[in-house]
Write a protein that binds this ligand. Structure first.
Ligand code: 4NP
Length: 164
């Protein structure tokens, strides 16, 4: 079929890839499915660190996502790879630390692919999704709320930019 839309490849990045970025991967994929756009996106996540590589997401993140109808329990953490910069169209940092590390590790021509996850959520007064690792269920709820708001805003912006 001529003029089929190319697949848009998105990578969400946090530290361990067991709390914030797997939640973003699951929520964004869920929204894409709800909007009937599944074939048009490839959505993954990774960590700047490899400590938790191979693990499923933190059980608190899994529990709260499930409560909101999003299943992230099957995902497996992996570390960021240098090849990710070429493989993805958008690389979203969950907080400022990830943003700076992603920019620093990027080969020059790929630096522009890196942006803050909440950059499209201009209605929020927040720029970062805080690390919930040492927190409680409320912190994980707050992460989910921010990730949900951010993902909705991001999908809307990407749909506008790509005329989808
Ligand atoms: P995440 O949370 O980056 O949202 O997956 C963290 C998970 C583990 C650690 C830090 C943050 N850690 O230091 O092990």
């Amino acid at each position: 079929m001529p003029n089929a839309s190319p697949v848009i490849r998105i990578l969400f990045v946090c530290t361990g890839n067991i709390c914030r970025s797997p939640t973003a991967e699951g929520v964004f994929r869920h929204l894409v499915e709800q909007e009937g756009l599944t074939g048009l996106f490839e959505i993954h996540s990774a960590g700047t660190d490899s400590y938790h590589a191979g693990q499923t997401p933190d059980r608190r993140a899994v529990k709260i996502a499930k409560k909101h109808g999003v299943d992230i329990g099957h995902q497996k953490a992996r570390a960021l790879r240098s090849t990710d910069y070429d493989a993805y169209d958008y690389i979203f940092a969950m907080d400022g630390g990830h943003f700076h590390e992603l920019k620093e590790r990027a080969p020059g021509k790929y630096r522009a692919k890196v942006d803050m996850f909440l950059s499209a959520a201009t209605h929020l007064d927040k720029q970062e999704v805080p690390d919930p690792w040492y927190g409680n269920d409320k912190d994980f709820e707050d992460v989910f709320t921010l990730v949900f708001e951010g993902s909705n805003a991001l999908l809307k912006k990407i749909r506008e930019d790509h005329k989808l």
